[in-house]
Design a binder for this molecule. Structure first.
Ligand code: ZN
Length: 131
């Protein structure tokens, strides 16, 4: 059974990738969702993440996380992967389509890839993700 979180190798962020068809799989699982192969290998991800959405969480989460609250969860498109994470440092006005990089950080002592906003856009900026 593989861990239910991205793996780390040095600074690399590893996600499962099918060696038969090349598609990423996230969340992790036993077989590829595209071709059914069981040949999933932890593979370093690199590239540009694109901000899809952001939601501000005010309640309904475990107490340790509420101590941070409210906090923002963001959905990123990693080029075939959809990934939920948090900002390393939230930009003043996050914009859908904004380019981000992922680097290892920590959330309550647990290593997790956090988003670092860039000033470029992968797609045309459509609208702010929060009012
Ligand atoms: Zn596959």
């Amino acid at each position: 059974m593989s861990p239910a979180y991205p793996r780390r190798s040095g600074d690399d962020i590893l996600f499962p990738r099918c060696t038969d068809c090349g598609r990423w799989r996230w969340p992790d699982g036993e077989i590829c969702r595209t071709c059914g192969s069981d040949k999933l290998v932890a593979t370093p991800w690199s590239g540009t993440a694109v901000l899809l959405a952001e939601v501000r969480v005010h309640r309904g989460v475990p107490a340790p996380f509420l101590a941070d609250g409210p906090y923002d969860l963001i959905a990123l498109d990693l080029g075939g992967l959809r990934f939920l994470t948090r900002w390393a440092s939230r930009p003043a006005t996050p914009i859908r389509g904004q380019a981000c990089t992922l680097r290892w950080g920590e959330i309550h002592g647990t290593p997790w890839p956090l988003a670092h906003a860039q000033t470029t856009f992968v797609t045309s900026p459509r609208r702010r993700v929060l009012p």
